[in-house]
Design a protein around this ligand. Sequence first.
Ligand SMILES: Nc1ncnc2c1ncn2[C@@H]1O[C@H](COP(=O)(O)OP(=O)(O)OP(=O)(O)O)[C@@H](O)[C@H]1O
Length: 719
Amino acid sequence: MKSILGVKTSQPLSSLREIHGIGERVADRLIEHFGTEEAALQAICEGDIASISEVNGISHNFALSLARYARSRAEGCSISDFLRTKEALDIYSRLLELIKSFAHTTHARDKLNLFYPLPASRMDLIQERQAFVREYLELGNAFPENSEFLKLLTRVSELRPVPGNLRVRDRIILCGDSKTLEAAREKFQAFLSVQAVENLSEFVDLARGYSSVIVFDDTYLGFDLPEDIEPEYFRDISRAELWQVLPEKELAFFARNLDCIRACLSIVSALRSENFELFEEFSKEKLDILETALSKLGEDGKPVEGFDPELDRLGAALQNLDPVLTSALNEANQHMNRTLEASSLTLSGQELVRLVSGGMEIKDLLTKELNRIYKTEIGAIKEELAEKLGLQKQEKLMLDSLFPDEVSYPLNADQSQLRLFRQKLNNSLEKTRLVRKRELAKTLSGFHQPVEKLVRKVLDFDLGFSIACFSTEFQLNLPELIPEAGIGFTGGENLFLKARYGEIDPISYSIGKTGFSPAGLENRVVLLSGVNSGGKTSLLELLAQCVILGYMGFPVPAKKLELGPIEEFYYFGKSKGTLDAGAFETTLKQFSVLSEASEKLVLADELESITEPGASARIIAGILEYLSRNEQSLGVFVSHLSELILENTRTEVRVDGIEADGLDSNLELIVNRNPVYNRIARSTPELIVERLFRKTTGKEQEFYSHLKDKFETGSKANL
Ligand SMILES: Nc1ncnc2c1ncn2[C@@H]1O[C@H](COP(=O)(O)OP(=O)(O)OP(=O)(O)O)[C@@H](O)[C@H]1O
C-alpha cells in the first residue's frame, strides 16, 4: 500500500519561525516539547496534530492550522487556493467532519484534516491521492460495520513511551572504581540505584538490601562474600545490554502498549485471512514469535503466570506460606492437646527402680515423653508445609530452623526465622523472575523498532481504510477527470441529506461538456429554477460535494461522475434576507474575481435575495455574462427570477427546472428532483392555485379557476 501525505516538499521549511503563526514563545515551547527544532518541524510537517496540541498553549485548532500551513508549503498550494468563499469552506468542513466520523483512530482523524481540495493544476497530486484511495476502496466492503475488525482498529493509538518515573527498587549497581561509577550513572541512574562503595563491609551492607546486585568491576569479588550475597558480574559496562541490566525498561514499553500491539497483530492476521497482503515486511513467523512473547507479559510489565512452573511454584509458595503455616500449627496444636489429654505414663520396672533409688528424676522421664510428642507434631507441620508449598530440598532444610528444638507449647514458628525463610523464598522468586524478564526482554528488544513501524503502518492504514468505509457507507465512486469544462453525473446523492434520511432520490445532471449533457445543451452557465422545496439547494450542495471530494482525490457521491478542470471554487449560499448596503457591496466584490481568466466554478443560491428583485436580476444577468466569457468557467445559479434574468442578459443562458409533476391523490406536490434541461419550472404558487381549484367547488372554485387562467396566459405570453 502506498503511503500518502509523504512530505514532498516544494518549499522546504527549515525553521519553525517560517511557519505562519509561530512566534518566538511558541517556537521555544515546541522545541522544549519535542526536544529539537527538527523534531518539532517534523511533527508539524507530518501533521502529528495530537502531539502538537499537547504543547502548552497550542490548541487543537492552532495545531491544525500549523500542520495545514506546513502542508500547503510542501504541496505548493493552500486550502483557500481552491475553496474561494467562506461557504465553500463550510461545505468542505462539513464533509470533512462526516469523513472523520468513519476514522477509528485519532491518527486517521488528524491526518484527514490535511486532505483538502487542490486546484486542477495540481493534477499530479490529485491523481496520486486517487491512486492511494483506489487501493483501499475494496477494503471497505470486506469488513462490515460493527465487525470485530473495526473494534480492533479503535484499540490502536500512537505508542506510549516508557514512563519517565520507571524505577527498579530491588536492584542496585555497586561500583568499586570511579570510572565504572561514572559510566553506570550515566547509563542507568535514571532507573535504578547506582552506588559507589569504599570497602567490603559497605559493599555487603548495601548488597543485603537488594534482591539483585550488579557489579561491573571486580574490586570486591576476590573477597569471601557471605553466602546470602550473590552479585552478578558483567565484565564490560559498555557491552552490557539494556535487556540484561534493566529488562524492566524494555518490558515496560511493551506492557504499556500491550493492548495496542496485540490489536495490530490481530489486524494484520485478519487482513491476511481476507487475502489482503498489506504488511509484507512483517513475516508471519516473526509476528508469531512476537505474539508468543507478548502472551508471557502482563500489563504490569512482569511475566505472567502459567508459562514458567518454577516462577509459579515460588509465587504460590510465598502467597500460601502464612495460611498454610497457620492451619498446620492449629491442627498440630489441637492434635498435641488431644494427645496430651489422652496420655498416661506407664513405667517399666527398671524405671521404677531407678526412680526410687534416685538414679532418675520424674522430670526427665516426662521431658522425654513430651519431646517425643513435640517432635512428632513439628515433623507433621514441616511435612505439610513442604508438601503444600511444593518446597525443594534446600528450602525444606530451612524449615528446620523455623521451630525451636526445645519443647514449647502451644506450638509456634520462630518469627525471625520465618522472616528469613520468607525472604529466601522471595529472593529465589525475584531471581527466577529476573531470568525470565531478561529472556522476554531480550526477545522483545529485537521487536522494538519493528513494532514502532507496525503500529505506524496500522495507523496509516486506518487513514485509507476510513476513506474506504466512508465510501462504502455512501456507495461513492471515484470520478473521471476530463479535460473539458463540465461536470456531469448520474445517480448523485447529496451526502448531507443521505446521512440524515438514509434513502433519497438519486439525481442525474450535467453542465458544460460531459458525456452526460444532452446534445446541444452543453452550456457552461446555467440558471436553475424550480418549485419551493424542490431540491435546488440540495442539488447545488451535491455539486459542491462532488467537486470538493473529487478535487481532494476522493470518491464522490454519484454512480458516475465526469469532472472537468477547476482551479477555483466559489459557493454562495442563500442569503437570509436583503443585505444592507455594506454586505451587498462585499458580496459583489467577491464576484469581481470572475474577470480573471482561470477555470472557475461558481455555485450561487438565490442570489436575488441580496437586494430588490429588479436590481438583483440585472446583477445576476451581468455576472452570468461575465462568467460565460471565460471559456473554462462553469456556473449554476439557483433563482426564482429566471425569466427576469433572461430578459436582462445578452448571453445565451440555459434555464433548467426542478418541477412538480403535479399533485398526487392527496393533492400533495409530486416533485421530480431531477432537473429538466432547458425548462423554466412551473412555480409552486401555480400548483397551489391548482390544488385549491381542485379542492373546492362552486363560487370558490370559480375564483381559483380565474387565477389559474392568469398563469396559463402568463406562460403563453412567455413563449
Ligand atoms: N434528492 C432528494 N431526495 C429526497 N429528498 C430531497 C432531495 N432533494 C431535496 N429533498 C428534500 O427536499 C427538501 C428541500 O430541499 P431544498 O432545500 O434543496 O429545496 P429548494 O428547492 O432549495 O427549496 P427553496 O426553493 O424553498 O429554497 C430537503 O430538505 C429534503 O428533505
